[in-house]
Design a protein around this ligand. Structure first.
Ligand SMILES: [Zn+2]
Ligand SMILES: [Zn+2]
Length: 319
């Protein structure tokens, strides 16, 4: 997600939200240079016009979607007996053929949260683990209909040449079937590798982080990424977010790598400490925001920013 795309201010809001801007014309997603962070990684060549795949850790593969403004990243985490796919992308192209090229192991799917850009390919898989929250259940049952996301995926927001046959005017996110409920503190055993689920509500009520204590890896979803962190949606709850990032900041000394769900696939653990500290500084009113339009403020720091709804912020500061 790039700064320029703050024009997409209706992201994650309801269908009656701002919709006068439906196309971005000043960004060419077919010729956009890849992020520097991607260029430094070892690429795994796969047959795909849409996804780019990189090795980012010990048996950890990032499946990146660089040809649209979301720049969402799904992760394939390999154990001895099973693989876990942490998110399934924005759903404009099928992710399962890419996963099949990367592993023969049975694949479990788990989502960092159920915003549309992370569950697009869920319906392609049989084994889906999920939290039992009302928010998760709603999106499993309904997906995201075209109206709710039509302002996000437009002709100007992605490289259509890479998606033959794809029609932005019919884009929606399929419902999916949950095969097993999981909860905070559960461990998913992939064989020789255990991943602990950490509930981090805030960005959404069903946001989770995933912790691999053996390797010191943490997947943070949209709770943390390098870029403007979206904290303005109706479903965002800032007080819960503060608690969640406090939990993550405490884990920093045990971590070697952080894997966020947008933009740069690898981040430094120390960023989680900065995330918490900067959030508290912001809460205390010690940072000057810029007006991002549509009743939103952007608090920008060196590696990331907070994009917050003004009304939510007023409420949060007195909570
Ligand atoms: Zn999100
Ligand atoms: Zn996202």
């Amino acid at each position: 997600m790039r700064y320029i795309l703050f024009l997409f201010l209706s992201l994650y809001t309801s269908s009656n939200a701002i919709s006068q801007i439906t196309e971005i014309t000043d960004s060419d997603w077919c010729n956009h240079p890849y992020r520097e962070s991607l260029q430094k990684l070892t690429e795994i060549k796969v047959q795909s016009n849409w996804f780019k795949v990189y090795r980012v850790g010990q048996n950890v593969i990032a499946i990146v979607e660089p040809y649209n403004f979301e720049e969402v990243i799904s992760y394939l985490i390999l154990g001895k007996n099973k693989a876990l796919l942490f998110d399934t992308g924005i759903g404009v192209d099928s992710i399962s053929p890419v996963v099949k090229q990367l592993t023969k192991l049975p694949v479990l799917v788990l989502n960092s949260h159920t915003h549309f850009d992370h569950i697009g390919g869920n319906y392609e898989f049989k084994n889906i683990l999920a939290l039992k929250t009302s928010y998760t259940l709603k999106h499993a049952k309904e997906g995201w209909n075209h109206d709710s996301i039509k302002d996000e995926v437009t002709k100007g927001s992605l490289c259509l040449q890479r998606l033959p046959g794809f029609d932005t005017s019919h884009y929606y996110i399929h419902p999916f079937e949950i095969s097993q409920f999981v909860k905070d503190g559960d461990e998913v055993d992939l064989g020789g590798r255990k991943l602990k689920i950490i509930a981090v509500p805030g960005h959404t009520m069903d946001a989770i982080a995933l912790f691999d204590s053996t390797n010191g890896y943490l997947w943070t979803g949209d709770t943390f990424y390098e870029g403007p962190i979206y904290l303005f949606a109706e479903e965002t709850y800032l007080l819960a977010y503060e608690k969640s990032i406090t939990t993550l900041a405490k884990m920093a000394p045990r971590l070697k790598k952080v894997f966020p769900s947008h933009n740069n696939p690898i981040s430094e653990p120390v960023r989680l400490v900065e995330l918490k500290n900067n959030f508290l500084t912001m809460k205390a009113g010690k940072v000057k925001p810029t007006d991002a339009g549509n009743n939103m403020l952007l608090f920008q720091f060196q590696y990331f920013g907070f994009l917050i709804d003004k009304n939510q912020l007023v409420k949060f500061r007195v909570e």
